[in-house]
Design a protein around this ligand. Structure first.
Ligand SMILES: NC(=O)c1ccc[n+]([C@@H]2O[C@H](COP(=O)([O-])OP(=O)(O)OC[C@H]3O[C@@H](n4cnc5c(N)ncnc54)[C@H](O)[C@@H]3O)[C@@H](O)[C@H]2O)c1
Length: 451
């Protein structure tokens, strides 16, 4: 099939590469010309494991363009919208990019049937809104009815950055939401190799043992939109729940990592997303929980559980700085090293990264901050040049004469540091990731989360 993907971010580009890998012809459109130029030169515009290799492998089946005219909509079967939907200050999603994408489709549409798939995470009801935008724009331009010429489908994305290709090749499920039978059947056909798992896995991305087929849930469009928000909110609240238990554990002298194991072994609960730590970050959980709360408000509903998950999460960032202040007594004039700056390992993404808030709070309280990260510093220098943090390409430079250390992101390299030769100082292990016994034996005062 011929596929057009609008937006070549983490979701759009990953989706495009995977569709090309399983045999489809893919055009990726992005209004950011710099990104497109990079992609035309064969380079991914962000860090994601295996992406560069797979891009090289599928080369001939992918095209990168920066305008709808070049995209050739006339020969396209399915359009995926994968543009950003960032938060507005009131928590609602900013739909500017979605509107632009929908209108650009309407302007270029001819009379052949088009399946328009919303892969962006969009507020409940946006599928209908996209349909109306396209209908209105098409009818205004062409002076005739658009009935029967397109279908809008919701296909929410559940990938994790850092494992984006793995998650797209071997998803836990695929959700297709639409009332239009042709739209649903087209997507079923498009995803067939993924659903049936009958493609040869790419090098370095082996198929999980025992995976023979991927479950498909076909539902109405609105339910598909709610599924995405409900899934992210549930994962977010699991994280906040164990962090809340962690604070109690610390007071009563228990260990939240053991509590997490003890409750996670219950198959009704499950062990994943129960790691006590400094909480979630990234482009999704914060934005999607805020949007869920804002949508509920439109219907005079409160979402106290989701709101509490948010409050607990953002409190974790202050907790780190308070814990350091407790340990050092005075933060003013102290030098703090942050190990890790990206919101999680295996990505250079800094959206809603806890490191940013922790750095700001430390600076406000008069500390100086040096930060290291194996891949995110280029983004940090570009996006936050005036934050006041010294970005250190070498970890030794970040740790030099540090009065305290905070492990912010659990990059494996931090476990392997030559800890014997690092001055033992108070160390907040924000992910309960380092070898506590070993570091304590070396004289570090290790402050774990919930322990
Ligand atoms: N990142 C994730 O882990 C993840 C996971 C699941 C779902 N999502 C959702 O998927 C959507 C995309 O997320 P992302 O992280 O890939 O975003 P991103 O910001 O990395 O990428 C969005 C891209 O869309 C482009 N764009 C914006 N308007 C455009 C237009 N009119 N035409 C063409 N291109 C346009 C931007 O230039 C950008 O490159 C969001 O709604 C997000 O919530 C993200």
């Amino acid at each position: 099939m011929h596929i057009l993907i609008i937006g070549t971010g983490y979701v759009g580009l990953t989706t495009g590469v995977v569709f090309a890998y399983i045999g489809h012809e893919v055009t990726c459109l992005d209004t950011n010309r710099e990104k497109i130029a990079q992609l035309q030169a064969g380079k991914a515009p962000f860090y994601e494991p295996h992406l560069d290799e797979l891009l090289a492998q599928v080369g001939g089946r992918m095209r990168f363009v920066s305008s709808m005219e070049e995209a050739d909509l006339a020969h396209t079967d399915v359009v995926f919208i994968a543009v950003g939907t960032p938060s507005l200050p009131d928590g609602n999603a900013d739909l500017t990019y979605l509107r632009q994408a929908a209108e650009s489709i309407a302007e270029a549409m001819d009379d052949h049937f088009l399946v328009i798939v919303n892969k962006s995470t969009v507020p409940i009801g946006s599928g209908n809104w996209v349909g109306t935008l396209i209908k209105d724009a098409y009818e205004k331009r062409n002076g005739k009815k658009v009935e029967g010429k397109f279908a809008v489908v919701s296909n929410p994305e559940f990938l994790r950055q850092g494992a984006a290709l793995h998650d797209s090749l071997y998803p836990d499920r695929i959700v297709i939401g639409s009332e239009n039978t042709h739209g649903v059947e087209t997507l079923r056909e498009l995803f067939k190799p993924i659903l049936q798992q009958n493609f040869t896995p790419p090098a370095g991305l082996p198929r999980p043992e025992g995976l023979q087929e991927v479950p498909l849930l076909v539902c109405d469009l609105t339910s598909a939109e709610v599924i995405k928000y409900a899934a992210n909110a549930f994962l977010a609240l699991k994280i906040s729940y164990i962090n809340e238990i962690g604070h109690l554990a610390q007071k009563v002298g228990a260990d939240a990592t053991l509590i997490a194991k003890g409750i996670g072994l219950d198959s009704r609960i499950g062990e994943r997303f129960l790691n006590p730590g400094i909480g979630w970050g990234g482009s999704c959980f914060g934005k999607d929980t805020a949007a869920l709360v804002a949508t509920a408000k439109d219907y005079n509903l409160a979402m106290p559980i989701v709101q509490a998950a948010r409050d607990v999460n953002y409190h974790q960032r202050t907790w780190v700085v308070d814990a350091l202040q407790d340990a050092l007594k005075i933060l003013k004039g102290k030098r703090v090293a942050l190990l890790g700056f990206s919101f999680k390992p295996d990505t250079d993404d800094l959206r809603d990264a806890p490191s940013l808030d922790i750095a700001r709070l430390l600076l406000q309280r008069g500390a100086s901050v040096r930060a290291h990260d194996p891949v995110a510093l280029e983004n940090a220098r570009r996006l936050y040049p005036d934050l006041g943090v010294r970005y250190c390409a070498q970890v030794d430079e970040a740790l030099e004469d540090a009065d305290a250390i905070v492990l912010v992101t659990e990059w494996p390299m931090y476990r392997e540091l030559d800890w014997e030769h690092i001055k033992p100082v108070p160390l907040v292990d924000g992910r309960n990731f380092l070898d506590r016994e070993r570091l304590s034996a070396l004289g570090f005062r290790v402050i774990g989360v919930g322990r």
